[in-house]
Write a protein that binds this ligand. Sequence first.
Ligand code: C2E
Ligand code: MG
Ligand code: MG
Ligand code: MG
Length: 282
Amino acid sequence: QAKAEGRNQFQFFIPSMNERIRERFTMEARLRRALERDEFLLHYQPQVDLASGNVTGTEALIRWRDPELGLMSPLRFIPIAEETGLIVPIGQWVLEQACRQNKALHDAGFADLTVSVNLSPRQFSPHALVESVRSALAQSGLRPEFLKLEVTEGMVMNRPEEAEDILRELKEMGVCLAIDDFGIGYSSLSYLKRFPMDQLKIDQSFVRRVTDDPSDAAITQAVIALGHNLNLAVIAEGVSEEGQLAFLRQHDCDEIQGNYFCQAVPFEELYQLLSSQRQLPH
Ligand code: C2E
Ligand code: MG
Ligand code: MG
Ligand code: MG
């Protein structure tokens, strides 16, 4: 009898649940097809050194051009790719494409340019990730010091021991390591010292209000000082206004990334921007 009731309750929820499951299935099938049909592409957002005003690197940001849905933001499909595990082959594609395109830029004369690649928690597993990175570097011929891997606090804090091993192995290969979205996850500052990181990225939620919220200003200033005391280069992301830039300069931030200088653009546009030698005005 309880079973019958349970079934009735279940049926009560069927319409909306069915729909969500169907949507998820459709998305998964589309994502799988997208991999086969090569529908992903990378946009690149320049990173600028505040001392010289020069572009020193880029961050690779994935996009998906679906024939029906058009150009899609990673915020729409990365979570589903994470859930279904498709992020592993997609992430592999991102690594390979980013290394290949950065090598092409090196060959075109932009020889010091780094490329940053975002990693997902699902990719962050021993052996698989290291092999994946090794193969992307070997295939492209890009030297490891020009590849930066972005991890988030959550990814490394879940299993810190394992994370430390993975990060050390990557570090031994010669790649650079960055902590993305710093300050919004839960982290222990002592781990920051233990992990072999090179760069700290201040989350854009702090940068956004840095000129009108005293707390965000204090946090941003403290994070820059913390990074420097730990010998990490500090980059601020999401810089979209002149005032934010001035604040970051004043507090000795090393680099910025954001729409104030340039949004994420297709590879061809990045190439043009580099060719024009555009700089951040002093
Ligand atoms: P993220 O790694 O923190 O990347 C920064 C995001 O902020 C990018 O959004 C970028 O376009 C955006 N942004 C940069 N400057 C500004 C600005 O001045 N104003 C505003 N409003 N936004 C700015 P995007 O490209 O939509 O990527 C969103 C997130 O998706 C990324 O956040 C990252 O977590 C994830 N993602 C992107 N590409 C990949 C990928 O290849 N693999 C994985 N696993 N995740 C990715
Ligand atoms: Mg990132
Ligand atoms: Mg970020
Ligand atoms: Mg983010």
